[in-house]
Design a protein around this ligand. Structure first.
Ligand code: MG
Length: 298
């Protein structure tokens, strides 16, 4: 069984005859998938192995880059450049078209970031990222260190660059994040239940006002079994979120529509494929994919 329906509206989003496929395995902790349409290539992190993997239909899953600074979440910016969160360097970087790496953020208020986890580009070109402590808790996914920040924050880097601005500081561990198609709502996963079961496994929803400030931020949906990690929003505003048992799909009104069950704990996902309607799923030791009736908002 691949699909669990919680709401009849789920049926329009899946391809019932399409099965979950395992595209490759042998990873230690798969994270940060990102699709490059022009290259027909998926990149993803294998964090404890300190490498970035690449998958193509022709070549399968192969090592792409190592050492990789213990990268975690990735995204593409508006110019098609790769933006990476690094646990090792405790920074957010951008890969330029000529191969050089530009550091976008590594400090806030003069102190080192914890370990940037996931990243997304807003409609105005600003780069938003989360900064929990997972990458400095041990030497497994980075380098063990004491946090220098007084919070595990949500940050924004303006499109013109400069110092990051802390936009929220009341998370236990902020994690995956994604914008609604109109860019006016930001969903952020609270994954603090990974180390403290008393923390609710939730997605929080913030609304952006006209000046780019955040409002709200309350619980938008529960993700059980959690914790939620990476998430994506499709072109119609549905939220596709990682969970311990697979991928949970939510209507923009917050209702759980259904689940795609995956045999391993899911950390992150993205839309891709030549027509954008293939869901790639980074799940512990493996990369999975399934064709769906949805595509990325961008
Ligand atoms: Mg994450």
């Amino acid at each position: 069984m691949t699909y669990v329906e919680h709401d009849p509206r789920f049926r329009a989003l899946i391809q019932p005859s399409a099965r979950l496929e395992c595209l490759g395995s042998g990873l230690r902790w798969a994270e940060g998938p990102v699709w490059f349409p022009m290259l027909r290539t998926l990149l993803l992190s294998d964090i404890p192995n300190d490498r970035i993997m690449a998958w193509t239909e022709q070549g399968g899953l192969v090592p792409f880059h190592a050492p990789a600074g213990y990268t975690n979440g990735h995204t593409r910016d508006r110019e098609g450049r790769l933006v990476s969160c690094e646990h090792g360097g405790r920074r957010v970087v951008r890969w330029e078209h000529d191969g050089r790496i530009t550091v976008l953020a590594e400090r806030f208020a003069g102190r080192r970031l914890n370990s940037p986890n996931d990243v997304v580009v807003a409609a105005d070109g600003a780069i938003w990222f989360t900064d929990p402590t997972y990458g400095i808790l041990s030497d497994y996914e980075g380098f063990e260190a004491d946090p220098e920040q007084d919070a595990r924050g949500l940050y924004r880097i303006a499109s013109e660059g400069g110092e990051p601005e802390r936009m929220a500081s009341d998370f236990v561990q902020p994690n995956g994040l994604a914008f609604s198609p109109n860019g006016r709502r930001l969903y952020v996963a609270e994954s603090g239940s990974s180390h403290d079961p008393s923390v609710p496994s939730i997605l929080r929803a913030f609304d952006l006002d006209g000046s780019g400030r955040l409002r709200g931020g309350g619980e938008w949906a529960r993700v059980e079994p959690g914790p939620p990690d990476g998430l994506r929003v499709d072109a119609k505003g549905h939220v596709w979120c990682s969970a311990a048992d697979g991928v949970h799909v939510f209507h923009p009104d917050g209702d759980l529509l259904g689940r795609i069950l995956v045999p391993e704990r899911v950390a992150n996902l993205c839309f891709g494929g030549s027509r954008g309607h293939r869901l790639f799923i980074a799940a512990t030791t493996s990369l999975y994919a399934v064709f769906v009736n949805a595509r990325s908002a961008i």
